[in-house]
Design a protein around this ligand. Structure first.
Ligand SMILES: C[S@@+](CC[C@H](N)C(=O)[O-])C[C@H]1O[C@@H](n2cnc3c(N)ncnc32)[C@H](O)[C@@H]1O
Length: 205
């Protein structure tokens, strides 16, 4: 089941006002700890966060860095703007599609995202853009849920994927590690604390 960018955007625009409430339990139980681990690995001064959503990573932004964050959903970005002012965060927020970034080649020391490539309509195209804007030697950091390595669970995930995609615009059966490897990044590794579904992926350009 393939869904285009306009449809995914519409789904995120629709859920934007409820997004934080919808994820509150998972956020408190698991995601927050993972976000902390992800952001502890950031290097360099010029940092790009892709698919910023409502700005749940703001509290982990390094203080001595220049942050840029993008999202293609106007309504998610509106929530992020609200949270930026509320929390007093310094970040340039831009409405932009990961699949065609408006930044010059080699612009960022770290490109980072959490729970984004489940919904990017053309993930390999998007990852190639992340590679392009990352400087040579710079890093890609992703926190993603992926299809399980357990065959039985993977089959279930494939079966229910169309329902989840229709409801919230996210795929639960993506193989994002394989996709990162296919986009030119070197030394792609998974943090050893990762589980069978949630992966902290580190790669270098
Ligand atoms: C599941 S939310 C995660 C938001 C946030 N990163 C977090 O950890 O809470 C996925 C976000 O990615 C954004 N997104 C999906 N595809 C995108 C694309 N092609 N370009 C820019 N943003 C995209 C969605 O609009 C949404 O805000």
């Amino acid at each position: 089941m393939k869904v285009d960018s306009a449809t995914i955007k519409k789904r995120y625009n629709r859920i934007a006002p409820y997004f934080d409430a919808m994820e509150a339990i998972m956020e408190g139980l698991f995601f927050k700890t993972w976000r902390k681990k992800l952001w502890s690995k950031v290097e360099g001064y010029h940092i790009l966060e892709v698919g910023v959503g409502t700005g749940k990573n703001f509290e982990f932004y390094p203080i001595e860095a220049q942050l840029t964050a993008i999202d293609f959903s106007e309504k998610m970005l509106k929530q992020a703007l609200h949270n930026k002012h509320r929390k007093g965060v310094t970040v340039a927020l831009d409405l932009m599609d990961i699949q065609s970034l408006a930044f010059a080649d080699n612009s960022f020391d770290t490109v980072i995202g959490s729970f984004v490539f489940c919904s990017v309509p053309l993930p390999v195209k998007g990852l190639k853009e992340l590679y392009r804007v990352c400087r040579p030697g710079g890093q890609l950091l992703l926190l993603e849920h992926v299809i399980s390595s357990n065959t039985f669970i993977a089959k279930l995930m494939n079966i229910i994927n169309p329902v989840i995609l229709t409801l919230i615009g996210a795929n639960i059966n993506r193989n994002t590690v394989k996709n990162v490897k296919a986009c030119g990044f070197s030394s792609v590794r998974i943090d050893e604390r990762s589980g069978p579904i949630i992966k902290l992926i580190e790669a270098r350009k």
